[in-house]
Design a protein around this ligand. Structure first.
Ligand code: AMP
Ligand code: MG
Length: 274
């Protein structure tokens, strides 16, 4: 019997169709065997660990996963569970909060560029330069002509990075309004989660539709063949982790990384050492 996993995989956003960002798109269609999904996720995480060792040794590329999503959409959870599969020696994590006064005196990519992972490393951004066309737009922190010009700046910046060996994948963790409610409520109710609750998150929740419009434009303007955007149904954490882990396995496999062979001169010089 089918366990429902065979058709479960992410595709880059399809620019020929209207991108679905309603509640339904936050879940997958059809029944799924939860036990099989858990087991398949564990297998993918083990494979990620193997692939990363070769990727690190090979050193020709860097990987940058950009995570965006509303509050409580699971960005931290992806880092903990999916990036938790990697050897920390080769991992580069960066989180972006409101810019500091110094950062505001620079161009918006200044603080981002220096946190791009170097070759050999697998990196992840918890929020990113996309906040400069999302939060900045919705909260009206800059005039429209300023944030609008940034779509082109971002595409050019990302193309420069991919030309320099950085493999970019971008995931929007898509949660429904109901799931966000449940998770924010848990942050109020559960003493181990209280520390994550911020009143400002409710302000952003009030601007739900404005964020949906802003996300839609990001996905339409900034998904490119070499730096694609994926909308990840994220109401179910196991589904979310499975989908991202699988996409990363495919991405790392596509680099055809190998362990570099030993230099024969080194082997000769080392022969018979004691
Ligand atoms: P968190 O990810 O929950 O720690 O929250 C970080 C906060 O910083 C979010 O409310 C983001 O919208 C905000 N933030 C991140 N980058 C920017 C930016 N460039 N401009 C304004 N707000 C930002
Ligand atoms: Mg938050």
């Amino acid at each position: 019997m089918s366990n429902g996993l065979s058709s479960l995989q992410l595709s880059p956003v399809d620019l020929s169709q209207k991108i679905k960002l309603g509640s339904k798109a936050a879940s997958i269609e059809g029944p799924i065997d939860k036990t099989a999904l858990q087991a398949a996720t564990s297998t993918l995480l083990a494979r990620l660990n193997e692939l990363q060792e070769m990727f690190h040794a090979d050193g020709r590329h860097a990987l940058l996963l950009v995570l965006q999503g509303r509050d409580a959409s699971g960005k931290d959870g992806v880092i903990r569970t999916v990036y938790g599969a990697f050897n920390p020696i080769g991992v580069h994590v960066a989180a972006f909060g409101p810019p500091t006064p110094l950062e505001l005196r620079h161009d918006f990519l200044w603080r981002v560029h220096q946190l791009v992972p170097p070759r050999g490393m697998v990196g992840v951004f918890n929020r990113s330069h996309y906040e400069d066309v999302l939060a900045v737009r919705v909260r009206e922190l800059a005039p429209e002509n300023v944030w609008r010009a940034r779509f082109d700046h971002i595409n050019t910046f990302e193309r420069m990075l991919t030309d320099s060996g950085v493999i970019i994948r971008k995931c929007m963790l898509h949660v429904s309004r109901e799931a966000q409610h449940e998770r924010l409520q848990a942050r109020l109710d559960d003493p181990t989660k209280n520390w994550k609750f911020r009143l400002d998150d409710l302000k952003d929740r009030d601007r739900w539709d404005a964020y949906t419009d802003a996300y839609r434009e990001v996905l339409e303007r900034c998904s490119t063949p070499s730096a694609p955007w994926y909308v990840v149904p994220s109401d179910d954490k196991t589904v979310r982790n499975y989908l991202i882990a699988q996409m990363l396995v495919d991405t790392l496999e596509s680099t055809k990384s190998t362990f570099p062979p030993m230099d024969e001169a080194v082997r000769t010089a080392a022969a018979g050492f004691d």
